[in-house]
Design a protein around this ligand. Structure first.
Ligand SMILES: CCCC/C=C\CC(=O)SCCNC(=O)CCNC(=O)[C@H](O)C(C)(C)COP(=O)(O)OP(=O)(O)OC[C@H]1O[C@@H](n2cnc3c(N)ncnc32)[C@H](O)[C@@H]1OP(=O)(O)O
Length: 281
């Protein structure tokens, strides 16, 4: 069957998957031959903490999907209970001064690439998704989540402040009043709560079903002119994208100043200890 004909049907993420030759170590990209949809899987045990290496691989994989004419991108995780634990705190605690610059720059790159992606994007959130994990999910256009997990921007609970562009992604999904309250509270939502306020779009009972629902969302664009769709998306997102593009250097300096404050370092150290203690019990 012709590729375009197949795409006019409601796609199912069950075709034969072709792994791209340039798949990197901490992410893999598999393109479904039937639907043309690429599934980008994060695979950095134990919790998909976003360190410099994972961010670089994510950036490279998003670039590959952009370049290979995929019909859409589904972001997911190989971990059965964690989508992403957010930024790897070890990158920010007692940081190396050159590496932390590269780390934050790589995070900016990933957000610009994912939020500004020209292809339709969806997140199959198959596990917990705090902070930077929520940033990735809310940078996509559609979210399907499995039950009994949590998602949200919990930065204030850690004594840190989400940058403006984290807030932009959140605000592109939630009404301002809900977003403001949740950000100030550092609130983590259960799957059910996230569905009721619109932070996610659907709940699925398994990862397979989540991937399928994401593919169906991407399939809704099958009859829309791809150039018109992508230019519309990019115009709608242009203000936030341009703002970070214009302020990248200041954003980096603001982050470095903040994260190096003794009180912030102390807070991160205490939080890391509490995570480690919890992991031991
Ligand atoms: C100015 C700065 C702006 C920054 C903006 C964004 C900030 C962030 O993204 S900060 C990161 C926020 N993330 C979190 O608060 C999540 C913390 N983690 C958890 O809540 C749980 O680990 C999670 C629910 C994700 C998974 O739970 P479990 O399956 O029970 O795993 P464990 O808790 O046992 O963790 C295993 C292992 O991983 C370490 N870990 C967990 N999260 C992180 C992290 N974000 N960074 C670094 N390391 C992390 C945890 O300490 C355990 O390590 P070991 O003890 O060495 O096994």
């Amino acid at each position: 069957m012709m590729r375009s004909k197949v795409l006019s049907l409601v796609p199912r993420a069950t075709g034969v998957c072709r792994h791209m030759s340039t798949a990197t170590k901490l992410t893999t990209v598999a393109v479904d031959d039937k639907t043309g949809i690429a599934t980008l899987t994060m695979n950095r045990p134990p919790v998909n903490g976003l360190n410099l290496d994972l961010l670089r691989d994510l950036n490279q994989s998003i670039g590959e999907v952009e370049g290979n004419k995929s019909r859409g991108l589904i972001l997911t995780s190989s971990n059965p209970t964690i989508f992403s634990a957010g930024l790897d705190i070890l990158e920010m605690y007692k940081p190396d001064k050159d590496r932390i610059r590269e780390f934050w720059t790589a995070l900016q790159d990933v957000w610009l690439a994912l939020y500004g992606s020209s292809v339709p994007t969806a997140a199959a959130i198959n596990g917990h998704s705090p902070a930077g994990g929520c940033l990735l999910a809310t940078s996509c256009e559609y979210r399907v989540m499995l039950p009994k997990f949590t998602i949200g921007l919990n930065e204030t609970k850690l004594g840190i402040v989400a940058p403006k562009w984290f807030m932009s992604s959140f605000l592109s999904v939630l009404p301002r009043r809900e977003a403001e309250r949740a950000l100030n509270q550092g609130r983590m939502f259960t799957t059910e709560e996230a569905l009721s306020i619109g932070l996610i779009d659907e709940v699925a009972i398994s990862k397979e079903q989540a991937l399928d629902k994401c593919a169906q969302f991407i399939g809704t664009f099958a009859k829309v002119n791809p150039l018109a769709r992508s230019l519309t998306k990019q115009q709608l997102r242009a203000v936030e994208l341009q703002q970070l593009e214009n302020e990248r250097a200041q954003d980096l300096e603001r982050f470095l100043f903040f994260v190096n404050q003794p009180s912030v370092q102390k807070g991160l150290g205490i939080y890391l200890e509490s995570l480690k203690k919890k992991a031991k019990n």
